[in-house]
Design a protein around this ligand. Structure first.
Ligand SMILES: [Zn+2]
Length: 128
């Protein structure tokens, strides 16, 4: 899949839902390309008790179910459909799944296309 195709899939999966005052989800959508050649998708979940998770980690959960830990590329979009960088939690999460994820590319901007590696987004990793 090209970045444009990954963006289209991420946008297609946006499905903002407010389920009462305690639960919302689908405001952020992510597509991960894993080293096994598969693509994994996920949306964010936010619960009033403080639990929840980002779209990237939701997608990574399915990847882990397949036994894969290495991510090649990530596209994540917000409610407006624009690419967004990963939050600090997702940077740590993916970095600790595999040292190879230092090379994971994140789409930061669509026009002009701009990407950055996880290694560059985490310049001073605490675990090394
Ligand atoms: Zn995140």
């Amino acid at each position: 899949m090209t970045y444009a195709e990954m963006l289209a899939l991420a946008r297609k999966n946006l499905n903002p839902q407010e389920r009462g005052e305690y639960c919302s989800f689908g405001f952020v959508s992510a597509v991960l390309e894993a080293a096994n050649g598969k693509y994994y998708t996920g949306v964010n979940v936010d619960l009033a008790c403080g639990l929840g998770y980002c779209a990237e980690r939701n997608a990574a959960g399915s990847m882990l179910t397949d036994g894969e830990t290495v991510v090649r590329r990530v596209v994540c979009v917000g409610q407006d459909g624009a690419p967004m960088p990963p939050c600090g939690c997702c940077r740590e999460f993916l970095a600790l799944l595999s040292p190879e994820n230092e090379n994971t590319e994140f789409l930061l901007e669509e026009e002009p296309l701009r990407t950055e590696t996880l290694g560059r987004l985490r310049l001073f990793p605490w675990e090394k």
